[in-house]
Design a protein around this ligand. Structure first.
Ligand code: FES
Ligand code: FES
Length: 140
């Protein structure tokens, strides 16, 4: 298997078996966002305590890239400090822009979306969940 195939299977796995699907009921930050170009939407709930994202869940409707990215994002930020999550978000958007980025940070599954940077129309799909996360923690 080459790297592209590996990445594709990681993306499909997150799409078909989304991590952290659902909604946190009580006392959670709630963020609803859509991708204006297609109308796809995400409903994100975050539980932030003492500067740490204790829990993150998402729901929504969207293409495989947007839903896989939301799954990866919740997996990646859960248990992280808000500042670490924001740092990861910065690295992710640099990756989407095809820029050099801090490779000392472990991107885990998120790295599988690397190739999306070659398809400008899909970048908004991949960044939707991250934008929602940034908005949520900024309201905290
Ligand atoms: Fe940047 Fe792999 S470390 S894409
Ligand atoms: Fe709508 Fe991807 S096509 S989020």
């Amino acid at each position: 298997k080459n790297l592209d195939q590996l990445y594709r299977s990681v993306i499909m796995d997150h799409y078909k078996n989304p991590r952290n699907k659902g909604s946190i009921e009580d006392g959670a930050l709630t963020i609803d966002m859509n991708n204006p170009t297609c109308g796809d939407r995400i409903h994100l709930t975050l539980q932030v305590e003492d500067g740490v994202i204790q829990n993150a869940k998402f729901d929504g409707e969207g293409c495989s890239i947007s839903m896989a990215s939301a799954s990866m994002m919740t997996q990646a930020v859960k248990g992280k400090k808000v500042e670490e999550a924001l740092q990861l978000s910065t690295v992710f958007s640099e990756m989407m822009l095809g820029k050099e980025h801090d490779d000392s940070i472990d991107l885990e599954d998120i790295e599988a979306l690397n190739g999306v940077s070659k398809f400008p129309a899909r970048i908004k799909c991949a960044t939707l969940a991250w934008k929602a996360m940034e908005k949520g923690v900024s309201e905290e």
